[in-house]
Design a binder for this molecule. Structure first.
Ligand SMILES: [Zn+2]
Length: 527
Protein backbone atom coordinates (compact mmCIF):
# COMPACT_ATOMS: atom_id res chain seq x y z
CA UNK A 1 0.00 0.00 0.00
CA UNK A 2 1.16 3.53 -0.77
CA UNK A 3 1.41 6.23 1.91
CA UNK A 4 1.06 9.94 1.10
CA UNK A 5 3.01 12.37 3.31
CA UNK A 6 1.47 15.84 3.40
CA UNK A 7 0.88 18.97 5.45
CA UNK A 8 4.46 19.78 6.37
CA UNK A 9 7.90 20.67 5.00
CA UNK A 10 10.06 18.03 3.30
CA UNK A 11 13.81 18.71 3.21
CA UNK A 12 15.26 16.06 0.89
CA UNK A 13 19.01 16.85 1.35
CA UNK A 14 19.20 16.22 -2.41
CA UNK A 15 20.51 19.43 -4.05
CA UNK A 16 18.68 18.68 -7.31
CA UNK A 17 15.30 19.06 -5.57
CA UNK A 18 15.99 20.46 -2.09
CA UNK A 19 12.45 20.96 -0.79
CA UNK A 20 9.15 19.40 -1.85
CA UNK A 21 5.55 19.56 -0.73
CA UNK A 22 4.75 15.89 -0.60
CA UNK A 23 6.25 12.40 -0.69
CA UNK A 24 4.89 8.90 -1.38
CA UNK A 25 6.23 5.65 0.02
CA UNK A 26 5.35 2.11 -0.98
CA UNK A 27 6.61 -0.75 1.16
CA UNK A 28 10.18 0.02 2.14
CA UNK A 29 10.84 2.59 -0.60
CA UNK A 30 10.23 6.23 -1.52
CA UNK A 31 8.35 6.09 -4.84
CA UNK A 32 7.54 9.75 -5.41
CA UNK A 33 8.44 13.29 -4.33
CA UNK A 34 6.96 16.51 -5.64
CA UNK A 35 3.88 18.71 -5.52
CA UNK A 36 0.88 17.60 -3.48
CA UNK A 37 -1.34 17.31 -6.55
CA UNK A 38 1.16 15.14 -8.44
CA UNK A 39 1.71 12.95 -5.37
CA UNK A 40 -2.05 12.57 -4.81
CA UNK A 41 -2.31 11.28 -8.40
CA UNK A 42 0.57 8.89 -7.84
CA UNK A 43 -0.71 7.59 -4.49
CA UNK A 44 -4.27 7.03 -5.70
CA UNK A 45 -7.47 7.28 -3.71
CA UNK A 46 -6.89 4.19 -1.55
CA UNK A 47 -3.55 5.26 -0.11
CA UNK A 48 -2.81 5.79 3.59
CA UNK A 49 -2.31 9.40 4.69
CA UNK A 50 0.63 10.47 6.87
CA UNK A 51 -0.23 13.92 8.22
CA UNK A 52 3.03 15.69 9.13
CA UNK A 53 1.13 18.28 11.22
CA UNK A 54 3.34 21.13 10.02
CA UNK A 55 6.50 19.32 11.05
CA UNK A 56 9.57 18.84 8.82
CA UNK A 57 10.59 15.53 7.28
CA UNK A 58 14.30 14.76 6.81
CA UNK A 59 16.20 11.63 5.79
CA UNK A 60 16.74 9.46 8.89
CA UNK A 61 19.89 10.28 10.85
CA UNK A 62 22.88 7.99 10.53
CA UNK A 63 25.61 8.15 13.14
CA UNK A 64 29.00 7.28 11.67
CA UNK A 65 30.77 6.29 14.86
CA UNK A 66 29.31 4.54 17.86
CA UNK A 67 29.35 1.13 19.47
CA UNK A 68 25.69 0.13 19.34
CA UNK A 69 26.28 -3.60 19.87
CA UNK A 70 28.67 -2.87 22.76
CA UNK A 71 26.31 -0.26 24.21
CA UNK A 72 23.64 -2.99 24.23
CA UNK A 73 25.86 -5.04 26.55
CA UNK A 74 26.48 -2.01 28.79
CA UNK A 75 22.78 -1.57 29.28
CA UNK A 76 23.05 -4.27 31.97
CA UNK A 77 25.86 -2.45 33.79
CA UNK A 78 25.93 0.42 36.29
CA UNK A 79 26.05 3.86 34.56
CA UNK A 80 28.33 6.39 36.29
CA UNK A 81 27.85 9.40 33.98
CA UNK A 82 25.70 11.28 36.51
CA UNK A 83 28.06 10.96 39.51
CA UNK A 84 29.55 14.10 41.08
CA UNK A 85 31.94 12.51 43.58
CA UNK A 86 33.81 9.25 44.12
CA UNK A 87 31.45 8.49 47.02
CA UNK A 88 28.50 8.88 44.59
CA UNK A 89 30.21 6.50 42.22
CA UNK A 90 30.78 3.85 44.90
CA UNK A 91 27.13 4.16 45.95
CA UNK A 92 25.83 3.98 42.34
CA UNK A 93 27.58 0.68 41.66
CA UNK A 94 26.37 -0.76 44.97
CA UNK A 95 22.77 0.28 44.31
CA UNK A 96 22.83 -1.08 40.75
CA UNK A 97 23.98 -4.52 41.90
CA UNK A 98 21.84 -4.64 45.03
CA UNK A 99 19.75 -7.84 44.74
CA UNK A 100 21.39 -8.79 41.42
CA UNK A 101 23.31 -12.03 40.94
CA UNK A 102 26.58 -11.15 39.24
CA UNK A 103 30.06 -12.66 39.41
CA UNK A 104 31.75 -9.44 38.27
CA UNK A 105 30.38 -5.95 39.01
CA UNK A 106 30.84 -3.85 35.89
CA UNK A 107 30.21 -0.14 35.37
CA UNK A 108 30.68 2.39 32.55
CA UNK A 109 30.54 6.14 31.92
CA UNK A 110 33.03 7.12 34.68
CA UNK A 111 34.42 10.61 33.95
CA UNK A 112 37.06 11.82 36.44
CA UNK A 113 37.02 15.33 34.93
CA UNK A 114 33.39 15.69 35.99
CA UNK A 115 34.01 14.71 39.64
CA UNK A 116 34.61 17.21 42.45
CA UNK A 117 37.37 15.02 43.94
CA UNK A 118 39.87 16.08 41.25
CA UNK A 119 41.62 12.71 41.13
CA UNK A 120 41.30 9.32 39.50
CA UNK A 121 39.73 6.39 41.32
CA UNK A 122 42.03 3.59 42.54
CA UNK A 123 41.61 -0.05 43.46
CA UNK A 124 41.07 1.10 47.08
CA UNK A 125 37.98 3.13 46.12
CA UNK A 126 36.60 0.18 44.19
CA UNK A 127 37.34 -2.16 47.11
CA UNK A 128 34.77 -0.05 49.00
CA UNK A 129 32.17 -1.15 46.44
CA UNK A 130 32.96 -4.79 47.09
CA UNK A 131 36.01 -6.58 48.43
CA UNK A 132 35.03 -10.15 47.66
CA UNK A 133 34.01 -9.87 43.97
CA UNK A 134 35.83 -8.28 41.01
CA UNK A 135 34.73 -4.70 40.21
CA UNK A 136 35.58 -3.38 36.72
CA UNK A 137 34.91 0.24 35.72
CA UNK A 138 35.34 1.61 32.20
CA UNK A 139 36.32 5.26 31.78
CA UNK A 140 33.98 7.35 29.62
CA UNK A 141 36.68 7.52 26.93
CA UNK A 142 36.51 3.67 26.66
CA UNK A 143 40.32 3.75 26.45
CA UNK A 144 41.03 3.30 30.16
CA UNK A 145 39.71 0.89 32.80
CA UNK A 146 39.89 0.60 36.59
CA UNK A 147 39.91 -2.62 38.63
CA UNK A 148 39.50 -3.35 42.35
CA UNK A 149 41.88 -5.69 44.22
CA UNK A 150 39.75 -8.77 43.50
CA UNK A 151 39.64 -7.96 39.78
CA UNK A 152 43.41 -7.45 39.68
CA UNK A 153 43.75 -10.87 41.31
CA UNK A 154 41.13 -12.40 38.98
CA UNK A 155 42.93 -11.15 35.86
CA UNK A 156 46.33 -11.92 37.36
CA UNK A 157 47.70 -8.38 37.27
CA UNK A 158 50.51 -8.30 39.82
CA UNK A 159 53.47 -6.03 40.72
CA UNK A 160 55.47 -8.09 38.22
CA UNK A 161 53.04 -7.80 35.30
CA UNK A 162 54.31 -6.32 32.05
CA UNK A 163 51.93 -4.23 29.96
CA UNK A 164 51.29 -5.37 26.37
CA UNK A 165 52.62 -3.20 23.50
CA UNK A 166 50.54 -0.03 23.25
CA UNK A 167 49.26 -0.37 26.83
CA UNK A 168 50.13 0.88 30.32
CA UNK A 169 49.62 -0.72 33.74
CA UNK A 170 49.87 1.96 36.44
CA UNK A 171 51.76 1.15 39.67
CA UNK A 172 51.82 3.03 43.01
CA UNK A 173 54.89 4.03 45.01
CA UNK A 174 55.08 0.58 46.58
CA UNK A 175 55.12 -0.96 43.11
CA UNK A 176 51.59 -2.36 43.38
CA UNK A 177 49.06 -1.92 40.55
CA UNK A 178 46.83 1.12 41.23
CA UNK A 179 44.00 -0.56 39.35
CA UNK A 180 44.27 1.73 36.31
CA UNK A 181 44.95 0.18 32.90
CA UNK A 182 45.39 2.22 29.70
CA UNK A 183 44.74 1.38 26.02
CA UNK A 184 45.83 -2.16 25.07
CA UNK A 185 46.31 -3.18 28.71
CA UNK A 186 42.65 -2.26 29.22
CA UNK A 187 41.39 -3.61 25.86
CA UNK A 188 42.79 -7.06 26.79
CA UNK A 189 40.72 -7.10 29.98
CA UNK A 190 37.62 -5.60 28.31
CA UNK A 191 37.74 -8.35 25.66
CA UNK A 192 37.64 -11.01 28.40
CA UNK A 193 34.15 -10.03 29.54
CA UNK A 194 31.99 -13.06 28.80
CA UNK A 195 29.38 -12.76 26.02
CA UNK A 196 25.80 -12.41 27.31
CA UNK A 197 23.35 -15.26 26.84
CA UNK A 198 21.76 -15.20 23.33
CA UNK A 199 18.14 -14.48 24.28
CA UNK A 200 19.00 -11.77 26.73
CA UNK A 201 21.39 -10.19 24.20
CA UNK A 202 18.65 -10.11 21.58
CA UNK A 203 16.48 -8.07 23.96
CA UNK A 204 19.40 -5.82 24.90
CA UNK A 205 20.14 -5.10 21.22
CA UNK A 206 16.49 -4.35 20.50
CA UNK A 207 16.37 -1.94 23.44
CA UNK A 208 19.60 -0.26 22.33
CA UNK A 209 18.19 0.15 18.78
CA UNK A 210 15.06 1.71 20.31
CA UNK A 211 17.25 4.33 22.00
CA UNK A 212 18.70 5.23 18.59
CA UNK A 213 15.27 5.27 16.91
CA UNK A 214 13.97 7.61 19.63
CA UNK A 215 16.62 10.15 18.63
CA UNK A 216 15.83 10.02 14.91
CA UNK A 217 18.39 7.43 13.85
CA UNK A 218 17.68 4.96 11.07
CA UNK A 219 21.35 4.10 10.52
CA UNK A 220 24.55 3.55 12.49
CA UNK A 221 28.18 2.72 11.91
CA UNK A 222 28.72 0.20 14.69
CA UNK A 223 32.47 0.26 15.21
CA UNK A 224 34.90 -1.99 16.93
CA UNK A 225 33.37 -5.43 16.64
CA UNK A 226 35.81 -7.57 18.61
CA UNK A 227 36.35 -5.06 21.43
CA UNK A 228 34.26 -7.50 23.44
CA UNK A 229 34.35 -11.27 23.24
CA UNK A 230 30.94 -11.47 21.55
CA UNK A 231 31.54 -10.89 17.81
CA UNK A 232 29.75 -14.03 16.66
CA UNK A 233 26.79 -13.39 18.92
CA UNK A 234 26.56 -9.76 17.76
CA UNK A 235 26.54 -10.64 14.05
CA UNK A 236 24.15 -13.54 14.53
CA UNK A 237 21.73 -11.41 16.56
CA UNK A 238 21.78 -8.57 14.00
CA UNK A 239 21.15 -11.06 11.18
CA UNK A 240 18.39 -12.87 13.08
CA UNK A 241 16.58 -9.59 13.76
CA UNK A 242 16.99 -8.63 10.09
CA UNK A 243 15.65 -12.00 8.87
CA UNK A 244 12.63 -11.66 11.14
CA UNK A 245 12.02 -8.12 9.91
CA UNK A 246 12.56 -6.78 13.41
CA UNK A 247 15.70 -4.76 12.90
CA UNK A 248 14.80 -1.08 12.89
CA UNK A 249 18.19 0.40 12.10
CA UNK A 250 20.57 -0.07 9.16
CA UNK A 251 23.96 -1.09 10.55
CA UNK A 252 27.35 -0.77 8.86
CA UNK A 253 29.64 -2.77 11.13
CA UNK A 254 33.39 -2.47 11.36
CA UNK A 255 35.63 -4.94 13.13
CA UNK A 256 39.14 -4.98 14.57
CA UNK A 257 41.63 -6.75 12.23
CA UNK A 258 41.76 -10.08 14.10
CA UNK A 259 37.97 -10.42 13.76
CA UNK A 260 37.66 -8.76 10.32
CA UNK A 261 40.11 -11.26 8.80
CA UNK A 262 37.84 -14.16 9.77
CA UNK A 263 34.71 -12.69 8.16
CA UNK A 264 35.35 -13.07 4.42
CA UNK A 265 34.23 -9.53 3.62
CA UNK A 266 33.86 -8.82 -0.10
CA UNK A 267 35.74 -5.69 -1.16
CA UNK A 268 34.27 -2.52 -2.70
CA UNK A 269 30.72 -3.63 -2.18
CA UNK A 270 27.86 -1.18 -2.13
CA UNK A 271 25.91 -1.39 1.11
CA UNK A 272 22.23 -2.07 0.34
CA UNK A 273 21.05 -4.49 3.04
CA UNK A 274 20.03 -3.78 6.64
CA UNK A 275 23.26 -5.18 8.05
CA UNK A 276 26.70 -5.18 6.53
CA UNK A 277 30.00 -6.07 8.07
CA UNK A 278 31.87 -3.72 5.87
CA UNK A 279 34.90 -2.15 7.41
CA UNK A 280 38.03 -2.67 9.39
CA UNK A 281 38.57 -0.56 12.51
CA UNK A 282 42.07 0.55 13.49
CA UNK A 283 43.29 2.67 16.42
CA UNK A 284 46.37 4.83 16.44
CA UNK A 285 45.95 6.78 19.66
CA UNK A 286 43.61 7.30 22.61
CA UNK A 287 41.68 10.19 24.18
CA UNK A 288 42.62 13.77 24.96
CA UNK A 289 40.99 13.80 28.40
CA UNK A 290 43.06 10.86 29.66
CA UNK A 291 46.19 12.22 27.93
CA UNK A 292 46.50 9.22 25.61
CA UNK A 293 45.83 11.16 22.37
CA UNK A 294 49.08 11.60 20.40
CA UNK A 295 49.71 15.36 20.06
CA UNK A 296 52.46 17.27 18.25
CA UNK A 297 52.88 19.68 21.19
CA UNK A 298 52.76 18.67 24.89
CA UNK A 299 49.63 18.65 27.01
CA UNK A 300 48.95 21.80 29.03
CA UNK A 301 48.36 19.54 32.04
CA UNK A 302 51.60 17.62 31.53
CA UNK A 303 54.32 19.67 29.78
CA UNK A 304 56.59 16.62 29.50
CA UNK A 305 54.01 14.52 27.68
CA UNK A 306 52.57 14.48 24.14
CA UNK A 307 50.86 11.08 24.27
CA UNK A 308 52.03 8.31 21.95
CA UNK A 309 50.85 5.96 19.22
CA UNK A 310 49.30 2.78 20.58
CA UNK A 311 50.68 0.83 17.64
CA UNK A 312 54.07 0.84 15.94
CA UNK A 313 53.97 3.39 13.08
CA UNK A 314 55.31 1.03 10.40
CA UNK A 315 53.03 -1.78 11.46
CA UNK A 316 50.11 0.65 11.25
CA UNK A 317 51.04 1.83 7.72
CA UNK A 318 51.36 -1.80 6.60
CA UNK A 319 47.84 -2.56 7.87
CA UNK A 320 46.37 0.47 6.08
CA UNK A 321 48.09 -0.60 2.86
CA UNK A 322 46.91 -4.20 3.21
CA UNK A 323 43.22 -3.30 3.64
CA UNK A 324 43.23 -0.38 1.22
CA UNK A 325 44.83 -2.37 -1.59
CA UNK A 326 42.28 -5.15 -1.02
CA UNK A 327 39.49 -2.59 -1.56
CA UNK A 328 38.19 -2.52 2.01
CA UNK A 329 36.72 0.40 3.94
CA UNK A 330 38.96 1.54 6.81
CA UNK A 331 37.90 3.52 9.88
CA UNK A 332 40.78 4.79 11.97
CA UNK A 333 40.59 6.31 15.43
CA UNK A 334 42.75 9.46 15.56
CA UNK A 335 42.29 12.25 18.13
CA UNK A 336 45.68 13.99 18.39
CA UNK A 337 47.27 15.93 15.53
CA UNK A 338 50.36 13.66 15.55
CA UNK A 339 48.14 10.58 15.11
CA UNK A 340 46.06 12.36 12.43
CA UNK A 341 49.25 13.20 10.53
CA UNK A 342 50.43 9.59 10.61
CA UNK A 343 47.01 8.26 9.50
CA UNK A 344 46.84 10.63 6.52
CA UNK A 345 50.39 9.75 5.50
CA UNK A 346 49.57 6.04 5.64
CA UNK A 347 46.46 6.50 3.46
CA UNK A 348 48.37 8.70 0.98
CA UNK A 349 51.06 6.05 0.73
CA UNK A 350 48.47 3.30 0.21
CA UNK A 351 46.70 5.45 -2.44
CA UNK A 352 49.99 5.74 -4.32
CA UNK A 353 50.22 1.95 -4.43
CA UNK A 354 46.64 1.40 -5.50
CA UNK A 355 44.35 4.20 -6.63
CA UNK A 356 41.10 2.57 -5.45
CA UNK A 357 38.31 4.88 -4.23
CA UNK A 358 38.94 5.15 -0.51
CA UNK A 359 36.35 7.10 1.56
CA UNK A 360 38.31 5.90 4.59
CA UNK A 361 37.04 7.50 7.76
CA UNK A 362 39.19 9.38 10.26
CA UNK A 363 37.22 8.99 13.49
CA UNK A 364 37.18 11.92 15.98
CA UNK A 365 39.76 13.99 14.06
CA UNK A 366 39.50 16.58 16.82
CA UNK A 367 42.76 18.48 16.50
CA UNK A 368 43.27 18.42 12.71
CA UNK A 369 45.07 21.40 11.21
CA UNK A 370 43.90 23.15 8.03
CA UNK A 371 46.77 21.54 6.14
CA UNK A 372 45.73 18.10 7.34
CA UNK A 373 42.14 18.67 6.22
CA UNK A 374 43.39 19.66 2.75
CA UNK A 375 45.44 16.46 2.57
CA UNK A 376 42.39 14.40 3.62
CA UNK A 377 40.45 15.99 0.78
CA UNK A 378 43.31 15.13 -1.55
CA UNK A 379 43.24 11.42 -0.74
CA UNK A 380 39.48 11.03 -0.47
CA UNK A 381 39.23 10.58 3.29
CA UNK A 382 36.13 11.50 5.30
CA UNK A 383 36.64 12.92 8.81
CA UNK A 384 33.95 12.10 11.37
CA UNK A 385 34.23 14.87 13.95
CA UNK A 386 33.32 14.44 17.63
CA UNK A 387 32.05 18.01 17.79
CA UNK A 388 30.03 17.39 21.00
CA UNK A 389 33.38 17.50 22.79
CA UNK A 390 33.16 21.28 22.48
CA UNK A 391 29.90 21.34 24.40
CA UNK A 392 30.63 18.66 26.96
CA UNK A 393 34.39 18.84 27.62
CA UNK A 394 35.28 22.10 25.82
CA UNK A 395 35.88 24.19 28.96
CA UNK A 396 38.04 21.40 30.41
CA UNK A 397 40.02 21.09 27.16
CA UNK A 398 40.80 24.82 27.33
CA UNK A 399 41.61 24.94 31.06
CA UNK A 400 43.28 21.57 31.58
CA UNK A 401 44.45 19.62 28.56
CA UNK A 402 45.06 21.73 25.45
CA UNK A 403 44.96 25.40 26.45
CA UNK A 404 42.70 28.01 24.88
CA UNK A 405 44.29 28.24 21.43
CA UNK A 406 44.18 24.54 20.59
CA UNK A 407 40.83 23.99 22.30
CA UNK A 408 39.21 26.79 20.30
CA UNK A 409 40.05 25.18 16.97
CA UNK A 410 38.94 21.67 17.92
CA UNK A 411 36.65 19.92 15.42
CA UNK A 412 36.98 22.54 12.64
CA UNK A 413 33.75 21.64 10.83
CA UNK A 414 33.34 25.06 9.18
CA UNK A 415 36.81 24.85 7.68
CA UNK A 416 36.02 21.40 6.23
CA UNK A 417 32.78 22.73 4.77
CA UNK A 418 34.48 25.76 3.22
CA UNK A 419 37.09 23.62 1.45
CA UNK A 420 34.50 21.13 0.18
CA UNK A 421 35.75 18.25 2.31
CA UNK A 422 32.84 15.85 3.02
CA UNK A 423 32.58 15.19 6.77
CA UNK A 424 30.32 13.40 9.20
CA UNK A 425 29.54 13.71 12.94
CA UNK A 426 29.11 11.32 15.86
CA UNK A 427 28.84 11.17 19.65
CA UNK A 428 30.46 7.74 20.08
CA UNK A 429 27.74 6.16 22.25
CA UNK A 430 28.24 4.87 24.95
CA UNK A 431 30.85 7.65 25.36
CA UNK A 432 28.00 10.20 25.15
CA UNK A 433 24.26 9.44 25.32
CA UNK A 434 22.56 8.76 21.97
CA UNK A 435 21.48 11.98 20.19
CA UNK A 436 21.95 13.94 16.97
CA UNK A 437 20.22 17.29 17.46
CA UNK A 438 22.57 18.67 20.11
CA UNK A 439 25.54 17.53 18.03
CA UNK A 440 24.15 19.36 14.96
CA UNK A 441 23.51 22.37 17.22
CA UNK A 442 27.11 22.29 18.47
CA UNK A 443 28.57 22.02 14.95
CA UNK A 444 26.59 25.16 14.03
CA UNK A 445 27.10 27.17 17.24
CA UNK A 446 30.27 25.78 18.93
CA UNK A 447 29.08 26.70 22.44
CA UNK A 448 30.46 25.03 25.59
CA UNK A 449 28.30 23.95 28.53
CA UNK A 450 29.11 27.24 30.31
CA UNK A 451 28.13 29.30 27.27
CA UNK A 452 31.53 30.16 25.75
CA UNK A 453 31.90 30.12 21.98
CA UNK A 454 34.94 28.29 20.57
CA UNK A 455 36.24 29.52 17.19
CA UNK A 456 33.26 31.38 15.74
CA UNK A 457 34.90 31.22 12.28
CA UNK A 458 34.83 27.40 12.47
CA UNK A 459 31.03 27.02 12.73
CA UNK A 460 29.43 25.14 9.84
CA UNK A 461 26.04 25.87 8.28
CA UNK A 462 22.97 24.01 9.57
CA UNK A 463 22.58 22.37 6.14
CA UNK A 464 26.09 20.98 6.26
CA UNK A 465 25.64 19.71 9.84
CA UNK A 466 22.47 17.87 8.79
CA UNK A 467 24.28 16.43 5.72
CA UNK A 468 26.88 15.09 8.14
CA UNK A 469 24.15 12.89 9.65
CA UNK A 470 22.40 12.05 6.36
CA UNK A 471 23.83 12.32 2.84
CA UNK A 472 27.51 12.46 3.84
CA UNK A 473 27.05 9.61 6.32
CA UNK A 474 25.63 7.46 3.50
CA UNK A 475 28.46 8.49 1.16
CA UNK A 476 30.99 7.40 3.77
CA UNK A 477 29.63 3.83 3.85
CA UNK A 478 29.15 3.60 0.06
CA UNK A 479 25.39 3.45 0.53
CA UNK A 480 24.45 6.78 -1.06
CA UNK A 481 22.61 5.02 -3.89
CA UNK A 482 20.00 3.68 -1.47
CA UNK A 483 19.81 6.19 1.39
CA UNK A 484 21.00 9.53 2.78
CA UNK A 485 18.52 11.70 0.85
CA UNK A 486 14.76 11.57 0.30
CA UNK A 487 14.74 10.54 -3.34
CA UNK A 488 12.76 8.21 -5.55
CA UNK A 489 14.23 4.70 -5.43
CA UNK A 490 15.82 5.07 -2.01
CA UNK A 491 14.72 3.46 1.24
CA UNK A 492 11.98 5.26 3.18
CA UNK A 493 14.28 5.96 6.16
CA UNK A 494 13.07 9.26 7.58
CA UNK A 495 12.72 11.44 10.66
CA UNK A 496 9.90 13.89 11.30
CA UNK A 497 10.99 16.88 13.39
CA UNK A 498 8.87 19.59 14.97
CA UNK A 499 10.62 22.23 12.85
CA UNK A 500 13.03 22.78 9.98
CA UNK A 501 16.45 22.82 11.64
CA UNK A 502 18.11 24.05 8.43
CA UNK A 503 16.17 27.33 8.52
CA UNK A 504 15.13 27.98 12.16
CA UNK A 505 17.07 30.39 14.42
CA UNK A 506 20.35 28.53 14.80
CA UNK A 507 20.45 29.01 18.58
CA UNK A 508 17.28 26.89 18.81
CA UNK A 509 18.28 23.83 16.76
CA UNK A 510 18.71 21.63 19.84
CA UNK A 511 15.16 22.43 20.97
CA UNK A 512 13.55 20.72 17.97
CA UNK A 513 11.49 17.67 18.94
CA UNK A 514 11.64 14.27 17.31
CA UNK A 515 8.06 13.39 16.46
CA UNK A 516 8.52 10.23 14.46
CA UNK A 517 11.25 7.95 13.12
CA UNK A 518 10.50 5.80 10.09
CA UNK A 519 12.73 2.92 8.96
CA UNK A 520 11.91 1.07 5.73
CA UNK A 521 8.59 2.93 5.55
CA UNK A 522 7.56 1.68 9.00
CA UNK A 523 7.09 3.95 12.01
CA UNK A 524 9.62 2.70 14.58
CA UNK A 525 9.36 5.59 17.04
CA UNK A 526 6.58 8.01 17.83
CA UNK A 527 6.76 10.74 20.49
ZN1 LIG B 1 34.45 4.91 19.69
Amino acid sequence: MKTLYKNGTIVTMDPSQPQVESLVTEGTMVVGIGSLSDMKDLAGSRCAIADMQQGTLFPGFNETHNHLSWYAIFKEQAFLGNCNTIDDLIESIKIHYNNKESDVLRAYGYDDTGLLDGRQITRHDLDMVCNHKPVVVMHVSAHVGFLNSKALEFYNITPNSLAPAGGVIHFDEQGKPTGRLDEHAWFEIAAKAPAPEANSYRELLRTAVKDFNSQGFTGVHDAGLGLEDASELVIRTYKDLEAENELNVRAFISAIPSVFDTLNVKPLETFTTMVKVGGVKLFLDGSIQVETAALKEPYLSNPEWRGEFIMDGDEFSALVEKYHCAGHHISVHGNGDAAIEKIISAVEKAQNKSNLPSRHMLIHCQTASRKQLLRMRGCGMVPSFFVMHIHHWGDRHAALFLGKKRAHRMNPVGEAEAMGLPFTLHVDTPVRPVQALHSIHTAVNRITSTGKQFGSHLCCTPYSAVSAYTSMAAYCSRSELVRGTLSVGKYADMVLLSKDITSCAKETIKDAKIWQTITNGRVVYEA
